[in-house]
Design a protein around this ligand. Sequence first.
Ligand code: C2E
Ligand code: MG
Ligand code: MG
Ligand code: MG
Length: 280
Amino acid sequence: EAKSTGKSRACLFRPEMAASFRRRTELENEMREGLANGQFELHYQPIVEIASRKVVALEALLRWNHPAKGPISPAEFIPIAERSDLISDLGEWVFERAAIDIVRLPAEVSISVNVSPMQFRQPGRLVAALRSIIEKRNVPADRLELELTESVLVDDPDKTLETMAELRSFGLRFSLDDFGTGYASIGYLATYSFDKVKIDRSFASVISENEASRSIVELVQHLAERIGFTVVAEGLETKVQVEAIAATGICLAQGYFFGKPEPIGPLAERLSASTTVPEA
Ligand code: C2E
Ligand code: MG
Ligand code: MG
Ligand code: MG
């Protein structure tokens, strides 16, 4: 009696909710083990100069090859990691891996690493960890860039400025990721000194058809020229999109049109032969 009542009540919460809660809990528990057991790897995607097709940087993108569940997208596991200290463990692993991989690349190619807003909420830990990796690995820190999202700037502007200044003193550089989707106003571009601003992928598909979106992208490029940062257009998939972006004066781009994320091995080999990506 009581059992069946409990069952029908549970149904009010919908079985798929229970399933997704269970999956999240499992992933959270398995992530730590996966990190210790080599289930994570980095893939790298080129950022290229549109005119010359020269690769100027690679973005490090985290991959989880789960032994039973198969490949899991960072879009799924990063938010789970962000609920605990796991995100800092993952983030530090990513930074160290990138610091190891960078010596396999030509000197003119840098690596950019995504940093979670949650890592910025523990600035002491972040600064100490990155400092120790840079010293231990003896890396050229000026070839490593940190990608931050707008939410970091909104969270605690003063603390973020202070943390960025400390990290910058090691030689690290900064990109503002996914620009145009979050909460940050254009004023942030003046307050924080970013080396690069990455225009979100959602602009790529609409820029050739939508006048207003094109105007926003042109405005950012105009500010870049005045303030002194470099714009990267993200998520370019077609020649039409590349041409529309190039017409705004933007010089750097990233997207499947120029190359998909892939492991360092084959990519480093091709880059040591030539830093130019082939015509798609
Ligand atoms: P993001 O930093 O904006 O990275 C770009 C995402 O767009 C990547 O997805 C990349 O594979 C995808 N992408 C690149 N070019 C194209 C394109 O032409 N078309 C389409 N449709 N997609 C394209 P990915 O690798 O699935 O990563 C998703 C997000 O997960 C990243 O967005 C980033 O926010 C987060 N992420 C990935 N690796 C890390 C990491 O190591 N640490 C942290 N904190 N976040 C990470
Ligand atoms: Mg990124
Ligand atoms: Mg992005
Ligand atoms: Mg994104």
